[in-house]
Design a protein around this ligand. Structure first.
Ligand SMILES: CC(C)(COP(=O)(O)OP(=O)(O)OC[C@H]1O[C@@H](n2cnc3c(N)ncnc32)[C@H](O)[C@@H]1OP(=O)(O)O)[C@@H](O)C(=O)NCCC(=O)NCCS
Length: 145
């Protein structure tokens, strides 16, 4: 369970490198996304936030949350591999859900790489279900300069 030494809050400026290290350790960094740019973009918009979970002041979990005025979205849910199984992931999702509920969003959606079966099982445990849709995409900006 998430214990008394665990607290969730918006990230602080000085925590950027720790968050990128966390995402790297959790295999969430892919060549077509620049994590530092993703953090800067989310923090520059009023309809997005990056929440961190800290254990005794150290960043051990994250979730990026945002909405497009119609639906809420999660990104970069991560718990330090050394800190899993303590309820931190569940607590991060609950905080993200609360953030979106307060923003007036009626529904949450998230994307999972189709090979990431472990996180699908995690989300199913938390009451999420696979949506019968196909995502289509088009880049408006190249991923690398
Ligand atoms: C998914 C992740 C955030 C879970 O974090 P965690 O702190 O270990 O999860 P919790 O301890 O809060 O677990 C919550 C519940 O989910 C269950 N659960 C956790 N991982 C699970 C898994 N791989 N399969 C099935 N159930 C799982 C737990 O048993 C627990 O159930 P309970 O509360 O009913 O007993 C973590 O494994 C992670 O960071 N994974 C890598 C990053 C990633 O893939 N992120 C998602 C990108 S879309």
């Amino acid at each position: 369970m998430s214990g008394p030494g665990f607290a969730i809050r918006p990230m602080a400026d000085a925590e950027r490198d720790a968050i990128v290290a966390l995402w790297t350790a959790c295999n969430l960094v892919v060549p077509w996304n620049d994590p530092a740019a993703d953090i800067a973009l989310a923090r520059s918009k009023p309809n997005a936030a990056l929440l961190v979970g800290c254990e005794d002041g150290r960043v051990v979990a994250s979730v990026m949350v945002g909405h497009d005025g119609h639906r809420g979205w999660f990104y970069y849910l991560a718990v330090d591999p050394a800190c899993r199984g303590r309820g931190y992931g569940r607590a991060m999702v609950a905080s993200a859900e609360q953030w979106l509920f307060q923003a007036g969003m009626p529904k949450i959606q998230l994307l999972v790489r189709e090979t990431n079966h472990a996180v699908m099982a995690f989300y199913e445990r938390l009451g999420y279900a696979t949506s019968p849709v196909t995502m289509m995409q088009k880049w408006l900006k190249t991923a690398s300069p």
